[in-house]
Design a protein. Structure first.
Length: 547
């Protein structure tokens, strides 16, 4: 029973469990692995999980600068995607008057249509990425994001504006659903916490910075200026994506996946055998022969819009596979946490104008938008803490577990999530009800909520990736699908809920739900290893090409 996790005795090796340091007893944990043959980080103390191949083109072997630019590009792209969603939220009241539509109709069309499109786009874009690789999806949707911003800015009618937002939502999906899978393609287990936190900072930072910047522009200019500016930002994103986000799909030998194989993982006496890439009839990728050194891909080859990667699997099976993953207790738990965690933020964003535009605050559009600044600062602080904390706790617990890493070691950080967010929601509801001075709800409560959300989402995302690395894209596709449809429902009833029940009752309920849902982390931690074994033995996580 490693550190409170109930062990599994039905598989010799449970997918997700992996050696992380050499303490002399790895052979008892990972059957068939010869510790002397495992590759380590430069310090020689941490085992690389998964094991990189000897191919210079393996994304795990990319130079540090190349990985850094990939991370910087997706962080910027996620920031833009995060910003364009609630971009005009602070100005919904004057915009509704300007285009002569009821506020409820504006919110349901402008925001609701976008949110639904993100949900559908997550499933479709994931299926296309599995079949053809991620690079063409990132490039095509970057073009779509720029075009739809200009389209929305030039729209002459409300239906045209809504149509632009629907297409825009579809194009936003890859930056929300595929980035965690790309992180798993490039970075090792002990590195993913930081880059996952960076991904979350991009999305949450964009959500929090967009309205404060857009507020003054809407008040003193026009909402169309904001959309044109975002169009320019996405043009820059397209350029960065073209140059710094090459294809990460790479066919690797299953013997290198010491974290996902459920059978004996034999590391042979000669590295040549480990290097050999097994043939897979479903995937068209040339494997380098151990006796012939593989040449590095040229810059021109990496800049191709499409790398030639093809997965010969039914598109329709790939399209439905994410929903099969809901049979995994890990994905089901993560979906519940992820959905409530992010959707409550959406709920706050769509009630900000309702609360702070009214007495006693009487905030103008600029001030309503500026309330998000504290949320951004909290998210930034959370990023600085989340990555090192989640990776650090996992390393520490692995050392106390005789050098063996369990994905459940990502979950203790959820204690901070429930403490910060629940306190923030209760405080937000009480402060708004009591009409407390604005720094209390804005700085203290929003700060606590966003700090907790950054820590919690980073924990959830890294846990899912560690448990289902090879199906990370599918897992996050279905998680985003459900999360966005739940958030879509909020756009219809939350304002009315606040109006009829009062802000205190609403956010007290939200705080209580947050505590209740987060408590499910306890059985997930205790029984997580058995759940992973059960998922593998019942072929729930098997991709279409493995069935």
């Amino acid at each position: 029973m490693p550190l409170g996790i109930i062990d599994d005795h039905k598989l010799e090796h449970v997918p997700g469990t992996a050696p992380l340091s050499d303490l002399g007893r790895l052979d008892t944990e990972i059957v068939g692995v010869d510790p002397t043959m495992l590759k380590h980080d430069p310090s020689g103390k941490i085992v690389l999980v998964p094991q990189p191949s000897d191919s210079i083109n393996d994304p795990y072997n990319w130079p540090k600068f190349k990985k850094f630019m990939f991370a910087a590009t997706f962080a910027y792209g996620c920031g833009c995607v995060g910003a364009v969603g609630p971009l005009l939220g602070a100005g919904f009241v004057p915009i509704a008057e300007e285009i002569n539509v009821p506020l409820s109709k504006l919110i349901s069309g402008f925001q609701g249509g976008l949110i639904c499109a993100i949900a559908v786009g997550s499933i479709i874009c994931n299926a296309l990425a599995v079949k053809y690789g991620k690079r063409p999806i990132y490039l095509a949707t970057s073009v779509g994001l720029a075009v739809t911003c200009f389209w929305a800015a030039a729209a002459k009618s409300f239906p045209a504006l809504v149509a632009a937002r629907v297409v825009q939502g579809f194009c936003m999906a890859p930056m929300e659903a595929l980035i965690p899978a790309s992180i798993a393609d490039i970075w090792f287990v002990h590195e993913r916490g930081f880059y996952t936190a960076l991904f979350n900072l991009g999305v949450l930072g964009g959500i929090n910075l967009g309205p404060p910047i857009a507020g003054p522009i809407i008040q003193y200019g026009s909402y169309k200026i904001c959309l044109y500016a975002m169009g320019g930002a996405f043009v820059l994103q397209l350029i960065l994506t073209f140059f710094f986000m090459p294809e990460t799909a790479f066919k690797r030998s299953s013997s290198l996946n010491i974290d996902t194989s459920a059978h004996n993982v034999a590391v042979t006496e000669t590295k040549a055998v480990v290097q050999q890439v097994e043939k897979d009839e479903n995937v068209t990728v040339a494997a380098a022969s151990p006796s012939e050194p593989e040449t590095k891909n040229s810059f021109a080859k990496e800049m191709r819009l499409y790398s030639g990667y093809v997965n010969h699997v039914s598109f329709w099976k790939t399209l439905s596979h994410p929903f099969q993953l809901l049979g995994s207790p890990v994905v089901l738990w993560a979906t519940l946490l992820f959905t409530t965690c992010i959707s409550w933020l959406v709920g706050i964003s769509i009630t900000l104008s309702q609360i702070f535009s009214a007495p006693p605050y009487n905030f103008p559009v600029v001030s309503v938008g500026a309330t998000n600044v504290s949320s951004f600062v909290a998210s930034l602080l959370g990023t600085l803490v989340a990555g090192p904390a989640i990776d650090g706790v996992a390393k520490l617990m692995s050392r106390h577990n005789k050098g063996t890493f369990e994905p459940e070691f990502r979950l203790p950080i959820m204690v901070t999530y429930v403490l910060f967010t629940a306190t923030g929601f209760f405080g937000w509801g009480q402060a708004a009800y009591a009409q407390s001075p604005w720094p209390i709800p804005v700085i203290v409560c929003l700060g606590l909520i966003n700090l907790g959300v950054q820590l919690g989402t980073t924990s959830v995302v890294t846990y899912v990736v560690d448990c289902h690395r090879e199906q990370a894209g599918e897992a996050f596709a279905v998680m985003n699908f459900i999360k966005n449809f739940f958030a879509f429902g909020l756009t219809f009833y939350l304002n009315g809920w606040v109006a009829t029940q009062g802000v205190r009752n609403v956010f007290f309920v939200i705080g209580g739900i947050t505590i209740g849902v987060t408590l499910l982390t306890i059985p997930m931690y205790i029984y997580g290893k058995r759940a992973r074994s059960w998922v593998y033995r019942h072929h729930i996580s098997s991709s279409p090409m493995q069935q």
